[in-house]
Design a protein around this ligand. Structure first.
Ligand code: BG6
Length: 510
């Protein structure tokens, strides 16, 4: 096990939802698993006026996100955890001097022996990232003369290529790139990391992982929920910025990348950047028209319950043209992937929540069993990111009886079947990595910019072109009617069910 230095975690935006929903439960799991260092302090900082005690009450004792976990714990065990928490009121806004904050950090550091190692977690609106970084630097809190200093920033990282570049430059004025950790919680998912292992620790997949054997690649990310209480944020973002630019392009980079030299963070990140840079950027209107589809969910009934359309959601402009469904077809311009189409879609209010990668292999070069129907039963490798995490291979078997009729059979593996079943939550894994200074699962500046480079023209086209359409789909179905048109002659998307081995067309409304 890697060593975790004594340290202090300073959370900006500590009274917000993300802190309570994700960060504190992740820290709690690390506490239970005895993964926190001997000397560890969490200092919450935000604009709410709270005492240490009130903060502990809010994010621990009264937290709905910890309720089940702490119910049966002995009081002193929980107290051991809560004693690590402190709070500092930043006053009216995040941009005023951090002298008071620096003094408090110094005091806690002296008292609890955190070795002057500080990790600053920015769980605030992105517009505050640069001002906070500047204030920290002005207060001497970015200097690594004594102890290390790290800065974790949440998504969204930028709103466009230009804003992402500005943000990178802005942060790099005050912190070195090696101190900056850009979080993408999909990289914290075991099954996303397993893409690397599936590819590079087996000798059976990699020889086939190229244009000679792969016909096309499909990635689906579907959510059954709508925009929930985040209408205000989402309406300014949309599916492409919210999911595609970050989470889905991260998955794409892991599917596309070349084998790294080893497992060092920079070796893996170098290959991911190269992969993202090789995506063919669509710049002309004709390509953008043909290869992208956007849509919005409209009111419907799911399981007898009325569901609002996107434009009726709280915080959403009634004339909004923000997409809740985005599907993009693209190519990767390199030796390995030339001419292999990639189809990637993401959407809210789909029939079920599912994320999976499907590698469709080409039919055999020479078909011996001509009347077997094999050509419509291509081999597939399905990597299920969530839920029912696992891997499924679809392959042809002979139907018993005369002749050579072929049917498709399943060869499947489920994570739940492993003896060691404890799977760390994404935030738990990512926090621990950052605490140990491992940036493998964090996005580097050039990686984020390469992703924006691809997405920017699509966003511009959707915003400005007169030809672009906004389709509608009833909440609870697999997107707009014409979504299959993107798939060319291949027919249709694989519309997965809740379980890995469900066949397309199977539809769970949950
Ligand atoms: C977030 C998006 O990054 O990811 C949300 O902002 C989305 O809109 C969420 O719901 C999905 O994450 P997961 O882990 O539930 O697939």
């Amino acid at each position: 096990m890697k060593k975790t230095d004594n340290q202090m975690l300073v959370i900006f935006g500590a009274s917000g939802d993300l802190t309570a929903r994700k960060l504190i439960p992740a820290l709690f799991n690390l506490y239970i698993a005895k993964q926190l260092p001997a000397n560890f302090v969490v200092l919450g900082a935000s604009r709410s006026n709270l005492s240490d005690e009130a903060f502990r009450r809010k994010v621990l004792y009264d937290s709905p996100y910890l309720k089940n976990k702490i119910e049966h714990l002995k009081d002193n065990y929980l107290k051991g955890f809560s004693d690590m928490f402190f709070y500092e009121d930043l006053g009216d806004d995040y941009t005023q001097s951090y002298e008071g904050l620096a003094a408090r950090i110094g005091e806690l550091n002296g008292k609890y022996g955190t070795g002057s190692n500080y990790m600053f977690y920015l769980s605030t609106p992105p517009s505050l990232y640069e001002p906070i970084a500047k204030n920290l630097a002005d207060a001497g809190l970015s200097s690594q003369e004594e102890g290390w200093k790290r800065l974790i920033v949440e998504k969204p990282f930028g709103y466009s290529l230009e804003t992402a570049k500005n943000l990178n430059q802005g942060l790099q004025k005050y912190f070195r790139e090696s101190q900056i950790y850009r979080i993408d919680h999909y990289l914290g998912k075991e099954t996303v990391q397993n893409l690397l292992v599936t590819r590079f620790s087996n000798s059976i997949f990699e020889p086939l992982w190229n244009r000679n054997y792969i016909h096309h690649v499909e990635i689906t990310n579907a959510e059954s929920v709508g925009v929930e209480k985040r209408g205000g944020y989402y309406d300014k973002s949309g599916a492409l910025r919210d999911m595609f630019q970050n989470h889905l392009l991260q998955i794409v980079s892991l599917v596309v990348m070349e084998p790294p030299i080893g497992d060092e963070p920079e070796e893996i990140r170098n290959e991911k950047v190269k992969a993202l840079k090789s995506l063919r950027v669509m710049k002309d209107e004709a390509s953008l028209f043909e290869n992208t589809i956007r849509a919005q969910y409209v009111a419907s009934e799911i399981n007898g319950e009325k569901v609002k359309g996107y434009r009726e959601e709280d915080g959403v402009d009634p004339n909004s043209t923000t997409e809740t469904y985005a599907a993009v077809k693209f190519f990767v311009d390199n030796w390995r992937w030339r001419d292999v189409p990639f189809y990637v879609r993401t959407a809210k209010r789909m029939p079920t929540k599912v994320t999976e990668v499907i590698i469709h292999f080409k039919t055999p070069h020479h078909q011996i069993f001509k009347d077997s129907g094999v050509s419509s039963k291509d081999n597939k490798l399905i990597i299920r990111i969530q839920p029912d995490e696992g891997i499924l291979i679809k392959f042809g078997v002979k139907v018993p009886g005369q002749g050579f009729k072929v049917e498709r059979a399943n060869l499947d593996f489920y994570y739940s079947s492993l003896a060691e079943t404890y799977v760390m939550e994404a935030y738990e894994r990512l926090l621990l990595d950052a605490m140990q200074g491992d940036a493998t699962l964090y996005a580097r500046a050039d990686e984020v910019e390469a992703a924006w480079e691809f997405v920017d023209p699509i966003l511009d086209y959707w915003k400005n072109s007169k030809d672009v359409r906004m389709y509608g789909y009833a909440a609870g179905v697999w997107g707009p009617e014409n979504a299959d048109e993107l798939i060319d002659d291949l027919g249709f998307w694989r519309n997965p069910g809740q379980n890995l081995a469900d066949d397309p067309g199977y539809c769970v409304i949950c």
